[in-house]
Write a protein that binds this ligand. Sequence first.
Ligand code: F6R
Ligand code: MG
Ligand code: MG
Length: 365
Amino acid sequence: MKVTLSVIKADIGGFVGHSESHPDILARAAEHLAKAKKEGLFIDCRVAKCGDDLQLIMTHQRGEDDEKIHKFAWDVFVDCTELAKSLKLHGAGQDMLADAFSGNVRGMGPGVAEMEFEERGAETVIIFMADKTSAGAWNMPLYKMFADPFNTIGLVIAANMHSGFVFEVHDVKKSRKITFNAPEEIYDLLVFIGAPSRYMVKAVYHRITGEIAASSSTQKLSLIAGRYVGKDDPVCIVRSQGDFPAVGEVLEPFTLPILVEGWMRGSHHGPFMPVAVEDSTPTRFDGPPRVVALGFQLSAGKLVGPRDMFADKSFDPARQQANEVAEYMRRHGPFEPHRLPLEEMEYTTMPEVSKKLEGRFVDLE
Ligand code: F6R
Ligand code: MG
Ligand code: MG
């Protein structure tokens, strides 16, 4: 049976500041989902959160980019924004960049990761959700899962993965895409995805079967709005087991808290800390950036789960290391490379300060 898994998310207001989601908002979203499920819009659904981001997880048979599914998600965010306003939550409606829905939430503010596939005998999926970081944060983890034999031993010793995977990479500044075959094109691939603020892994496919293996949200809010409106706080769906990396191979990249863009005012590098859902409450310097992982088995489209995958004790050392890296990075204060380079900063006073001081610059001899 063909199933579509859609994860659509938005920051529609934070509690307190940008640190967490308010329980009333989650409850309101759950009511909408329950009603729509009863009316037959989808097979199954879950509400989740990562920090101040509201996540709608839905399974259905309507395919990707379905207008009804996207409109439903948009309407949930609109209604939850009203509730956020009545509670005077911080930044109520911050990701709702368009005035009205027009066919698809892509380009309107909310983030979307979707995939349609033939459900396998046992269909294991992991949904990653991040807060206080940007869409390129999945580049290194996806590379490690699907192209790095030091992470995924299955690439070496499992016959069904030995041929490798195809990476679809989006150039979000020029709005174009390209695909690379791993392993033979990994050096070319890395030239691009090593620059995650511009080139983002959108999807990964199995080389032999062509089956979709991973799909991420690549919406860059600042490019949509033309100004800073909050970080993208991206999501990513990964299929696991069988022809795909095992659960442990999918989670393994997050044992290293890599440096990602985001954190305070979306303008800093900080460690990507894997946490249980209840610990996705970024408070220190509005961070450090968080990632949560919800695991499901699908059964005829029904979501069996979630399991909170990073609640596992074996991620304690990664969290410890993330806190140490956070401390080290913080000591740089307003200096790079903690603060992002000028062209990547989401906030900057540079134009005003430069204008004010223009007359005081004198040419060097
Ligand atoms: C980062 C983030 C926060 C805010 C900061 C200022 O993604 O959301 O660090 O940028 O708290 O928020 P405002 O401008 O809403 O007062
Ligand atoms: Mg926010
Ligand atoms: Mg957020």
